[in-house]
Design a protein around this ligand. Structure first.
Ligand code: NAX
Length: 326
């Protein structure tokens, strides 16, 4: 039996947390043979609800769960953490625009970045889900000078999965047969889901769906899917977001299959002309726990302009939180 790993989850009593914890506890993320100690963080008003979630986790009697800890102190929740899902943040209310959201949530990630720096294992893998996730990950990364930049990721896997589902639906195949659909840039409606390089059963998607559909319905549906779900469900995506967080961390933990890549928003080192030091989603492969940006992808003018636009948005977000970046 392997030694247990410590997995921190923030916003653990929230909607995504509720779906995510049971997947982690069941072994879907870190493996069927990997015991976990769950370290759950909430703000004080969320602690009662968190107690209820923990009762349910106990009642599920997961064999892999070797401990569950609850705290409203990030220093406690991140102690010796091997992996951390930063989900908790303030949701956007009706009167807030994206800039307001960045301003209210930024300070959460300065505090949590510092708490990770001071308490987590130096090898901790941090996945930021709470929005605006790319810029929140950037803030956390800047607040954790002793943890390498490469260990802070933001989640665009839900966007990838949404795109794969659209292509699968269009072609009458299963989502699992759609490969290498990479999201470029920000987790926002400026993201670029690169349908040009995706494939189904080894054949290029673009030849089967046509460029007009890719640039039209596909782009529109993928980039506005979150809003469509809120309209239909009366609440934002939760189970699919949790599932994508599991997918992202599983790829990071266990690696990607040969010949396949996945979308990860991570520290840019200037790849593809993207300014250094943005948390930018790229196609990545993972080996031995290290994610690497896939090299040598050629973009046409349309794709290049989309990538430039999403980079410009991330630069503006970074400028808006400049006072939080050490
Ligand atoms: P909920 O409002 O249901 O849950 C958030 C939880 O976080 C609450 O229980 C709250 O008490 C807690 N919380 C707030 N501040 C905290 C702090 N400083 N420390 C610890 N816990 C804190 O939201 P939920 O639906 O779970 O969504 C969580 C976040 O995920 C939101 O920011 C949301 O926008 C973001 N999403 C990101 C997605 C992505 O693809 N990256 C997709 C889904 C989702 O929209």
């Amino acid at each position: 039996m392997k030694a247990p790993i410590r997995v921190a989850v923030t916003g653990a009593a929230g909607n995504i947390g509720y779906a995510l914890l049971f997947r982690i506890a069941s072994g879907s993320c870190f493996g069927d043979d990997q015991p976990v100690i769950l370290q759950l963080l909430e703000i004080p008003p969320g602690m009662d609800a968190l107690k209820g979630v923990v009762m349910e986790l106990q009642d599920a009697a997961f064999p892999l769960v070797h401990g569950i800890e609850m705290s409203d102190d990030a220093n406690v929740a991140f102690a010796a953490a091997d992996a951390a899902f930063l989900v908790g943040s303030r949701p956007r209310s009706k009167d807030m625009d994206r800039a307001d959201l960045i301003k209210v949530n930024g300070p959460i990630f300065t505090g949590q970045g510092k708490a990770l720096n001071d308490n987590a294992k130096p090898t901790v893998k941090v996945l930021v889900v709470g929005n605006p996730c790319n810029t929140n990950a950037l803030i956390a990364c800047h607040s954790a000078p002793d943890i390498p930049n490469a260990q802070f990721h933001a989640m665009t896997r839900l966007d990838e999965n949404r795109g794969k589902a659209q292509i699968a639906n269009k072609l009458g195949v299963t989502a699992g047969s759609v490969k290498n659909l990479a999201i470029w840039g920000n987790h926002s409606n400026t993201m670029f889901p690169d349908f040009y390089h995706a494939s189904v059963d080894g054949k290029g998607v673009i030849d089967q769906v046509g460029e007009a559909w890719g640039q039209g319905d596909f782009m529109q549906t993928v980039s506005t899917r979150g809003k469509a779900i809120i309209l239909a469900r009366g609440a934002s995506s939760a189970a699919s977001a949790a599932s994508a967080a599991v997918d992202h961390m599983r790829s990071w933990w266990h690696g990607t299959a040969d010949g396949e890549h996945t979308s990860m928003a991570l520290w840019s080192n200037g790849e593809y002309g993207v300014p250094e030091g943005l948390i930018f989603s790229f196609p990545c492969t993972v080996k031995d726990g290290v994610a690497s940006v896939v090299e040598g992808i050629a973009h046409n003018d349309y794709a290049a302009s989309k990538i430039e636009a999403t980079a410009a948005e991330l630069i503006a977000e970074r400028d808006a939180v400049a006072d939080l970046l050490n």
